[in-house]
Design a binder for this molecule. Sequence first.
Ligand SMILES: C[S@@+](CC[C@H](N)C(=O)[O-])C[C@H]1O[C@@H](n2cnc3c(N)ncnc32)[C@H](O)[C@@H]1O
Length: 317
Amino acid sequence: MCDIGFDEAFYEKCELNSIFKRKMKMNNEINMEVGMENFDENANPFDQVYWKNLLYDSLVESWKNSPYPSIKITSYFPAYVELFGHLVNKECTFIETGVLDGGSLFMWRNWLGPKARIIGLDLNPEAVKWRDSGFEIFIGDQGNPDFWKETLNEIGSFDALLDDGGHQSFQQIVTTIEAIKFANSNCVIAIEDTFTSFMKDFAAHGSFSFLEYAKDATDILLGKSFGMYGNRFPNKINSEAVNDFKNVYSIQFYNGIVAFHLNQYYSQIPELVRNKPSGGASDFRYEGVNSATVNWPTLVSESNIITVNGGASKKTE
Ligand SMILES: C[S@@+](CC[C@H](N)C(=O)[O-])C[C@H]1O[C@@H](n2cnc3c(N)ncnc32)[C@H](O)[C@@H]1O
């Protein structure tokens, strides 16, 4: 199989092996040919790029072969592979807000495999027809926090939630807040079509767009680190918001998707640690140039040249 000095028992444990098993042994419910033409049985199991490409191929095939229409954007497929690839062929609960023609429900089921519980949420009551195809469907308004409380209580814990619903900033924000509040285990919450933060017909939310919310949320993650350096940080912080995001350890931005990663272990309060006592080397951090002139990455603007000055000019610790 692979000549890197590991035996089958190790290979068996390898997470990525599940894809191999799926391809070789799955029952006929799954399209066994998906991605098969690109499968190399001599592949090194640590070759992340190879496995990612395989997952990508099978995802795109699942989307193309879905029996019902689904509209997606090309940049989403590699993001889905990174965000949800670990769930392929696992027992998992996957929720998508926004059912429309049902096409994406079938894509997820084909890609994730028969052990996945696929759940669709929509405001349109006609979406219940997809229950006949084995999907769990909940009807309600994602802009209403009560809908989330009721629905997530009924669903129980979940591994992934993808929002492809109404796309208004306030709906995306409510979805994020309520899902994070409910999620008590490791999971990923991904909000899709975040470009609507810039669209005039989505009310041009300006400084209270979903993207501004998500960018500010990255600051909130740092609230947990303020204890590390004593009084060098501001004294007053929004502790309630820090607490809201207490299980989030990473916020990831893709072209059109923002993903919130939750993990109770990785989101513990960070501590400053040393593996050994200082080696005595001088730290030259204050000896270099003390400013930089850059084109600030403001999107809706002319070129925005800003000079960013350095702060402290001498060592403070
Ligand atoms: C972009 S479509 C979903 C497309 C589907 N995920 C796919 O990939 O083919 C958006 C869906 O969100 C639903 N929707 C719109 N506003 C909503 C709301 N406030 N709450 C729940 N669903 C909503 C619409 O009824 C529509 O079915």
